[in-house]
Design a protein around this ligand. Sequence first.
Ligand SMILES: *[C@@H]1O[C@H](CO)[C@@H](O)[C@H](O)[C@H]1NC(C)=O
Length: 165
Amino acid sequence: MLLFSVVVVASFLCLGAGFPHGAPSIACKGMVPGHLPTVTSGTNPFRFNLSSNAYKPGETIQGTLYAPGQMFKGFLIEVGAENDVSSEETAVGEFINLDASIEKHVCGTAAVTHINNNEKSSVSFTWKASPDAKGTLYVRATVVQQFFPSRYWLGAFSVPLNPSK
Ligand SMILES: *[C@@H]1O[C@H](CO)[C@@H](O)[C@H](O)[C@H]1NC(C)=O
């Protein structure tokens, strides 16, 4: 009985611990963390500051993900055509010039995620549109504030990014 409890507790901690070293590539499309359901509700406080509200195919946009006055631990950032939290993402373009002290690639080079679970107040990134990029795009993030109990926000979206002529 004691052994049984130890095993149960160990597996539970394992699940709850989530992914302190970054989102796994299985999260690329739905952008849902692999840990337990979130306890967050209400308006997503996370937002993006972007260097431009329009993109040029083949060129870059600088961005920062943050929530005023709030810290976070984990993140997954992509760019795609969806702006509905329940939509699956097809990530487009690539992230370049990563800050290796905070972030790493996942989903090829089409997304960035955290490399550790330190508290962060913001994360900055450089996204490069592919040469054939078209249509309205949105930067999208999943943000983890706590791994256990699991507290994360799905679907922080940027303003629509339209191709500039
Ligand atoms: C985001 O932009 C606002 C307005 O320019 C600025 O006040 C704020 O400091 C920026 N926040 C971050 C985290 O870059």
